[in-house]
Design a protein around this ligand. Structure first.
Ligand SMILES: Cc1cc2nc3c(=O)[nH]c(=O)nc-3n(C[C@H](O)[C@H](O)[C@H](O)COP(=O)(O)OP(=O)(O)OC[C@H]3O[C@@H](n4cnc5c(N)ncnc54)[C@H](O)[C@@H]3O)c2cc1C
Ligand SMILES: NC(=O)c1ccc[n+]([C@@H]2O[C@H](COP(=O)([O-])OP(=O)(O)OC[C@H]3O[C@@H](n4cnc5c(N)ncnc54)[C@H](OP(=O)(O)O)[C@@H]3O)[C@@H](O)[C@H]2O)c1
Length: 508
């Protein structure tokens, strides 16, 4: 008989509870299955943003259609699509959602895989779309509200290679409320220069009336459609096919088909680049407009506590600017907030509730916050919140960025918190202050004994920021520290922490 040690009410899945019961029973020498030596069974093993699409699909091989669809998603549970990964997959699979291009982190690779899986699934009749209950205004992407931009001031000092903004938004009578750990969804507009260049390239009239699409029967001008409603950066498969059919030059048509079938890498190409490369392709403007994806809202971790800044939301926005060949390119939403919305201007926004990235209920619980770069955002909110409620739990922040003299975001606030004792520890990793790179995980390793002690004392670990490299490297460092300091299998220990909501990540 299996001994029951973990109560039914504990926040574990059935398989995790079974594994933990077996594990603890083994430790206690009870008549129970031998203690497991592997991590708790995770029913969705592909749900890890560090895995490649091919690895995820292979892990989901043979599973139910909605689970295979889930494996195709970006695995961030970021909510940008309006769901988490599993619920977006279920909505597609059940026919409640028809837009296959909503997964922003997964990009075109995800979209293509979804298309393939949906085609495989199309034999089975899709159930009728579920009727969704009406949501509170501003509580999801389908119900945005209007707020006001107060400022978007630079957080980096003169001479920095980075442009990170402290964006302050006034909620006014929008009715929005939030708790720390939530994100703000922002509907941005494309850069007018890019809109104009694309309209020029396809030789269209900016005033041409075109359908808005979706559930709306309205017509709007091509210029408005491209400004606010369509993704004019990422080429869709529909666009590539349209251009290939329109191209009068054979080599251009062939190249477009190679982009479509994946024999040519699409990553370096945006829509303007494709149009410039294929001058013979003059598509019908209305068909061109219809082939574009929807412009998706962008999420930003909220960097303020409503207790410290009533009626406001603060964000920490890294402005995305880069070059494609000779051409300067801009991230849509980050440059919209930084450059194009004037102070006092309106913003269409909503709150994306966090998927568990929350302060512990017990204010005495110690927390370890690892947040390089813009990853500091939710931790500024956590610190403001803990200060406002007089929480006694210890707070340890690990922050890093390029250079200490220009990139120490919120420096004076953090130094004040350290002096006041709100921050028990502040460890900094400025990667470019010296020849060798120093990252937050190096600071973790230097403080391995202390970190292990905090963990054994019940601390919750939070990680926020870059998903592509930092989150994986921090995870590896934590595993090594747990193995060396605690003589425990780091992977198993972190899985237990995650199952107990004590290892929480908000990465993008
Ligand atoms: C839950 C969550 C919380 C987030 N919190 C924050 C936050 O607090 N602060 C923050 O700044 N961001 C945050 N983000 C990221 C944010 O949502 C946006 O993705 C980010 O601001 C970029 O959006 P954009 O519209 O400016 O850029 P986009 O128009 O989306 O452009 C970005 C794209 O440009 C391309 N690109 C970028 N750099 C290069 C390059 N060097 N070469 C070639 N192509 C390139 C890539 O295709 C990239 O995907 C968060 C994301 C999530 C999911
Ligand atoms: N989806 C998007 O479009 C989008 C938009 C904006 C940002 N982001 C992501 O969000 C991240 C946050 O951007 P940010 O400007 O705030 O900060 P960042 O680029 O993550 O940089 C913050 C600090 O982390 C360091 N770092 C680099 N690689 C690391 C690693 N493997 N482990 C630990 N630290 C590492 C950087 O050092 P060095 O730079 O000196 O190496 C820098 O000191 C970006 O890296 C980017 O991937 C994504």
């Amino acid at each position: 008989m299996q001994l029951t040690i973990i109560p039914e009410t504990a926040p574990f899945s059935t398989s995790q509870r079974a594994w933990l019961n077996g594990f603890f029973a083994g430790l206690m020498g009870a008549a129970a299955p031998a203690p497991a030596t592997e991590a708790p069974v995770i029913e969705t093993p592909w749900h890890d943003p560090a895995l490649s699409l091919a690895e995820r699909m292979s892990l989901a091989d043979g599973k139910a259609p909605e689970l295979r669809l889930m494996a195709a998603m970006g695995q961030l549970d970021c909510g940008q699509c309006g769901y988490d990964c599993l619920n977006y997959s279920k909505a597609l699979s059940e026919g409640a959602e028809s837009d296959i291009g909503l997964c922003q982190p997964g990009g075109i690779a995800t979209q293509r895989m979804i298309k393939q899986l949906m085609a495989e699934q199309s034999g089975s009749a899709a159930p009728k779309p579920a009727v969704k209950p009406a949501a509170k205004p501003g509580s999801n992407r389908n119900n945005p509200v209007i707020a006001t931009l107060r400022s978007a001031s630079r957080l980096n000092g003169e001479g920095s290679a980075k442009d990170t903004r402290q964006v302050v938004i006034e909620l006014g009578d929008s009715g929005l409320d939030y708790i720390v750990g939530d994100s703000l969804g922002v509907f941005a507009a494309n850069c007018p220069d890019l809109v104009r260049q694309i309209i020029d390239r396809i030789g269209a009239d900016p005033e041409l009336a075109v359908p808005l699409g979706g559930r709306s029967a309205d017509n709007i001008t091509l210029q408005d459609l491209f400004s606010r409603h369509r993704d004019i950066n990422r080429p869709t498969d529909g666009l590539l096919t349209l251009l290939a059919d329109a191209a009068t030059d054979d080599s251009e048509a062939q190249w477009l088909r190679a982009l479509f079938d994946g024999t040519e890498n699409i990553e370096p190409w945006d829509i303007l680049g494709v149009l410039e490369r294929c001058g013979s392709a003059r598509p019908d403007p209305a068909a061109f407009a219809a082939s574009l994806g929807r412009l998706q809202p962008r999420l930003y971790s909220i960097a303020s506590s409503p207790k410290a800044h009533p009626g406001e939301v603060h964000l920490t926005v890294g402005v995305v600017r880069y070059a494609r060949g000779d051409r300067a390119c801009k991230g849509v939403a980050s440059t919209y907030l930084a450059d194009r919305v004037t102070e006092g201007g309106s913003l269409s926004v909503y709150i994306q509730a966090s998927h568990g990235f929350r302060l512990p209920d017990d204010p005495d619980t110690p927390v370890i916050m690892i947040g390089p770069g813009t990853g500091i955002a939710p931790f500024r909110a956590f610190l403001e919140e803990r200060r406002a409620i007089g929480a006694k739990g210890r707070n340890w922040l690990l922050f890093g960025d390029q250079r200490s003299d220009t990139d120490f975001l919120y420096r004076s606030e953090m130094e004040t918190y350290l002096a006041e004792g709100l921050l028990s520890r502040l460890d900094l990793a400025f990667s470019r202050d010296q020849a060798e790179k120093v990252y937050v995980q190096h600071r973790l390793q230097e403080n391995a004994t202390t970190l292990w002690r905090w963990l054994e004392e019940g601390a919750v670990i939070y990680v926020c920021g870059d998903a592509s490299k930092m989150a994986k490297d921090v995870d590896d460092a934590l595993q090594q520290i747990i193995a060396s300091e605690g003589q425990r299998d780091g992977k198993v220990y972190l899985a237990e922490l995650a199952a107990a909501q004590r290892y929480l990540r908000d990465v993008y």
